[in-house]
Design a protein around this ligand. Sequence first.
Ligand SMILES: [Zn+2]
Length: 495
Amino acid sequence: MLNFTGSPEQCLAALDHLRNSLRSINLTVNTSKCTFTYFHSETQALDMSVVTQLEEQSIPIFTESFELIGAVIGKDNEATKSALDNSRAKWRLEQDALFTRLEYLTSQTQKLVLQRLGASAINYRLRAMPPSVTENLARITDDRVLVQAAGAIGIPNLLAESNVPMHNRAIQEIQAPLSKGGFGLISTQLIAPAAYLASIHNSLTRAPTFTVASLQSPRYDPGSLLAFNINDSITRIRSRESSISDSIDPTLTTPPSLLPHDPATFFHHFANLRLPNVQQALSQRTQNLQLLARLNAAKRSKGSQDQARLLSLQAKHSSRWLQVVPTTTESRLTDTQYYWASRLRLGLNVPYSVDNSDCPSCGETNALCNDSWHALSCLTHRSREVTDRHNFVVDAIERHYRMAGVRTWKEPTKQGKRDNSRPDLKAFEPVGTLLTDVSVTHPLAPSNLAKASKSTLACAESRAQIKLPNTARWQKTKMLLSSHSLVRPLEVFTN
Ligand SMILES: [Zn+2]
């Protein structure tokens, strides 16, 4: 694609020049695929000779807006929005192609695709057009992603009843980044103003057309459309952050604002901040505030497990299972497994019979009503399902050791003077022998709740400490085997 920019006469002259140059190599210009855009007809009508030349070559004249590689460029925001909304059938069709295909994938694969939606055409449009223009597109995209997510977690009316507190909380967590305990299905409406500001900043600093001018002084006047769009984007981010801040404990330290005071200082503000990625930095600040607000709300709801759950989700790698590409049988989750794991992560109850909420294993009265995840911590499961869960983790570690070509010995004997000092796994790594002991903790178990509500990984770390006397003994034994051996208590926690 080739674009000429200049006065109508200059553009026609450039087209003539191109046509003549192409003729020498036996190529022609297909003018039926050319367009001519002129946004100034109201102030200065096109010269009739230009109109005649364009008509003779069958080149249509656009006076309101035109499409350029998927984005719309209009003479003002109204014209751009109107053209984008009119082409809704087109981008809905694009989205239909994606969402229709998703139906054929498992929940696990669907979410992996949706996590990467931010890197697709939608993100490009958010960067190329201001948020006031893309708001319909962004809202519809968010809604479709949420409907898809709702199906996998078993709340079909999640969006229709988004005002229900539990639904509202689930939506916030689904749209939160993986690193902040969410599902990484980032809200397109949230990133729209940040994406637009970042794109303007990048254009002003990196595009040769703007670089020289912008270094001297920003190449826009306060009354221009660009200044209006920058101001609108700043206002959108500021008002969203301000409404989130209202629900954060005022004694907490919040990250400083990254926004410029006004459009006039926009360029120099970001130039001075030297942020490696403006869009990411702006979005992350909003997401950090949202996390603080969620933690604050969880802290206020006495007796709930939310605080312990949200803190547990802040542990590094707690979202790893949501990023695993299902390429092998071991890394594949069925839709039912995904449903259970998602609900556990979101702190949603699992179905149980209201008529009989007593635990079928230990018989505790109303155990399932008080904690629908009681099965994860039921004491009678200790030598049954809990042991199976522990063994599955050991098996998985051993399998991956073997895939890496490391020889292993499960439950090796004679590692210490007493039998109970036997570790779960011994691996002969190139750097030395590694003894591993696995312990699985459930931070939301009634006995762990108080500890887990204090800090991330509090339960797992305290469990690892309990293991230390044994590991110290192994260390002595193993010193005889190799001076490079390591002892590692491995803690796995649910969530
Ligand atoms: Zn029980």
